[in-house]
Ligand binder design. Structure first.
Ligand code: DC
Length: 237
């Protein structure tokens, strides 16, 4: 029987990638999962799908009781193939809708509801429990999977994050546009960092990586190196 020989090493562990938006987190996480040949879990997509449910039902995102009741009855599914994104709400594709400005504007209060987090964190743990994963979000290293072999907290300067976000939105490079985007980013980060439930923060034992002056490929290579080193250190322990 032929023996399968694969050149790329396979990573057997979990990478928890947390940080605010605009740090390149999603792009880096997806590429890192391809590089390490693991599952890819975008937990933000799950909170965004919950927000689609809330908005479609006409529920006020700022009403935690109504939000919890609405999301409890919904089935939220995300794909874990780093080559293909898919997000479903009650079996229907919402991959495009979750990226709209209306959802981005309403997702912070929805993700601050404890019952919503309990429901989605339980699902996230089941997915990560299936095998090697690169998971990205705000609380992966602190709450969802504190035993991750590698925990990373990505940061970037505010002006850099605003310019990256403007690029994503296809907005111009006008100074006023950038200033407005910077303000909106700061508002969402302040909300995510100051909420009572699972606030955005650097997890214990997380390596902080400032991506301001690095390309995406440089960040991916850096993290791949850290990931393999973390697993080989764990093997020796
Ligand atoms: O990463 P993102 O922009 O798609 O996340 C959308 C929102 O969901 C963000 O405002 C914070 C929240 N979120 C969270 O609270 N916990 C996570 N693990 C992931 C996202």
């Amino acid at each position: 029987m032929p023996i399968e020989v694969s050149e790329a090493p396979v990573f057997r562990g979990v990478v928890a990638l947390d940080g605010p938006s605009g740090t390149g987190k999603s792009t880096v996480a997806r590429l890192l999962a391809r590089r390490l040949r693991t599952q890819y879990l975008d937990t933000g997509a799950m909170y965004r799908a919950a927000t689609v449910a809330v908005l479609r039902a006409g529920v006020d995102p700022a009403d935690p009781v109504a939000v919890a009741a609405e999301v409890a009855g919904r089935r939220i599914e995300v794909g874990t193939d780093p080559w293909h994104s898919s997000t479903r709400l009650d079996g229907r594709d919402v991959e495009r809708e979750i990226r709209t400005a209306a959802v981005t504007a309403a997702v912070s209060p929805v993700s601050a509801v404890q019952a919503v987090r309990d429901q989605l964190v339980a699902q996230q743990r089941l997915i990560i429990g299936r095998g090697p994963t690169v998971a990205e979000g705000r609380d992966i290293g602190s709450v969802v999977w504190p035993d991750a072999e590698l925990k990373v907290y990505l940061t970037a300067r505010e002006d850099v994050r605003a310019r990256r976000r403007a690029g994503e939105l296809g907005a111009g490079t006008d100074a006023d546009d950038i200033a407005r985007i910077e303000q909106a980013l700061r508002r969402r980060d302040d909300f995510d960092s100051s909420r009572a439930v699972s606030p955005l923060r650097r997890a214990d034992g997380a390596t902080e990586v400032d991506t301001s002056e690095l390309t995406v490929d440089e960040v991916v290579e850096l993290l791949a190196g850290l990931a393999f080193r973390a697993v080989s250190t764990a093997d020796r322990a």
